[in-house]
Design a protein around this ligand. Structure first.
Ligand SMILES: *[C@@H]1O[C@H](CO)[C@@H](O)[C@H](O)[C@H]1NC(C)=O
Ligand SMILES: *[C@@H]1O[C@H](CO)[C@@H](O)[C@H](O)[C@H]1NC(C)=O
Ligand SMILES: *[C@@H]1O[C@H](CO)[C@@H](O)[C@H](O)[C@H]1NC(C)=O
Ligand SMILES: *[C@@H]1O[C@H](CO)[C@@H](O)[C@H](O)[C@H]1NC(C)=O
Ligand SMILES: *[C@@H]1O[C@H](CO)[C@@H](O)[C@H](O)[C@H]1NC(C)=O
Length: 401
């Protein structure tokens, strides 16, 4: 097999123009881009409003509808019946009808998410009769709604209130085994969203078994730091900072992905997750915006995402592009500062580096949380979805024969 090196220049659409020279050699087939659609964004107003019509069906290889829920009996629980069902806004059918525009598209439905917590999953996974109910419900649901697969976003086995730290990891594998048998018999895909934090991974997953059973492993190598921090930190750094100590030197993308690989995951199934948003802080001292500088709390909400501590990339590039831009050489990610407001996020430059790392490790591709916070309007640089397009370009530098 001959592998050619390719030279590529990427020009950034937003903010500071930048030129990145990339010299990579990769072989293999085209990579996946798994993108999550957050159905609750249909309730946002103005520019932030995001519905199925805003999805570009040619952008991602897999689209995942987030979320459906579970009851303690193993039944599917629609989290927003009005939004999803044909009696209301028909979210499910609009979504699965996207294959009319792109027949190659794979559409999945995701069960779980942060707000669903861990308890019902733990209860169902522990009980073979309830697991059977769930597996039957999932197959029926995929049949009824024309999905191609199921994504389990149990956050996380053995972790958080109501979970069972001793037995969840083994019960999770049992559940995956039964799902896999039923889904693969009908040609359906089985995927899962999993933690990228080493401490969580060691509790939640029997990695070799999980890797064998799943077709797609979406590693959430973001949210390493969240709303409760007392110090400035980046939510998804590519690498450790020289300021990190043993307590936090693994809270980064490379450590998380490498741990999945070291513990026995098949790299071709791993999908490196990228958040198309930033996490924000209010600085205790506007003159100290360094990593680990003290903060008084989260940053102020933006007009589209409307949540303290979070700004979508679309908000950052449209509304806050006059904030001072800083590239952190240590962690290979940018942040912006204005007065006492600080936001750490991903831009075209850091996303390119993450995609190059995915290539270097021969991963199956990347995952995106979520479509609605990339610049889906093309408001900043003219082109829609600049972050996801950057990923796609970089991942597909594949020249082999
Ligand atoms: C959007 O606008 C509607 C109608 O004006 C209002 O009822 C609703 O609360 C708004 N939604 C949000 C998220 O602001
Ligand atoms: C869990 O199951 C119970 C009972 O089946 C249900 O009422 C509840 O909404 C479910 N979800 C959560 C997050 O508790
Ligand atoms: C999805 O496509 C089918 C077949 O063309 C059509 O009957 C249905 O109305 C569409 N659903 C929605 C919500 O547009
Ligand atoms: C992370 O590193 C900083 C800087 O060395 C340190 O102050 C902090 O205590 C560390 N956090 C943890 C959880 O170890
Ligand atoms: C950035 O621009 C907005 C309006 O476009 C303005 O309100 C704000 O004060 C500016 N911020 C800085 C730091 O210049």
């Amino acid at each position: 097999m001959k592998v050619l090196a390719v030279f590529l220049v990427v020009a950034a659409a937003c903010a500071t123009a930048l030129e990145i020279s990339v010299n990579v050699s990769v072989s293999g087939s085209a990579k996946n881009i798994v993108c999550y659609f957050t159905s609750w964004t249909v309730y946002r107003n103005g520019t932030g409003h995001f519905d199925v019509e805003d999805i570009d069906p040619s952008l991602c290889t897999h689209l995942v509808f987030a979320f459906i829920g579970i009851t303690a009996d193993g039944k599917i629980h629609l989290l927003d019946e009005w939004e999803s069902s044909d009696d209301g806004l028909a979210g499910f059918s609009h979504f699965t009808n996207l294959t009319q525009a792109n027949p190659d598209l794979k559409l999945l439905v995701s069960m779980g998410g942060w707000n669903e917590a861990s308890k019902n999953y733990s209860i169902v996974a522990a009980d073979s009769a309830k697991r059977k109910v769930l597996v039957e419900e999932v197959v029926q649901f995929l049949d009824d709604h024309n999905y191609h697969g199921f994504d389990l976003a149990w956050l996380y086995p053995g972790i958080r209130d109501g979970s069972d730290s001793e037995h969840d990891a083994a019960n999770y594998v049992e559940l995956l085994k039964e799902l896999k048998a039923a889904l693969s018999a009908k040609g359906y895909i089985l995927s899962a969203a999993v933690s990228g934090g080493i401490t969580n991974m060691d509790i939640a997953y029997q990695i070799p078994l999980v890797s064998e059973l799943l077709d797609i492993i979406n590693v959430m190598v973001y949210d390493f730091h969240g709303s409760a921090e007392t110090h400035v930190c980046h939510f998804a750094p590519l690498t450790a900072s020289s300021k990190d100590d043993d307590g936090n030197a693994t809270l980064n993308v490379k450590s998380g992905i490498q741990h999945w690989i070291d513990k026995g995951a098949d790299p071709a199934k791993l999908h490196l997750g990228v958040g198309t948003y930033g996490r924000t802080f209010t600085l205790a001292d506007p003159n100290n915006a360094e990593l680990y500088a003290p903060v008084t709390g989260q940053g102020r909400a933006g007009p589209y995402t409307n949540e303290d501590g979070i700004l979508g990339y679309i908000e950052i590039c449209e509304l806050y592009s006059n904030w001072t831009y800083v590239w952190d050489d240590d962690q290979q990610v940018p942040h912006r500062v204005s007065g006492d407001q600080w936001v750490g996020y991903d831009d075209e430059k850091s996303v390119t580096l993450k995609a190059e790392y995915a290539n270097e490790k021969n991963l199956g591709g990347m995952m995106v949380w979520s479509l609605d916070t990339d610049d889906f309007v093309g408001i900043c640089g003219g082109e829609t979805y600049p972050l996801i397009r950057t990923m796609k370009k970089t991942l597909n530098i594949i020249t082999s024969s």
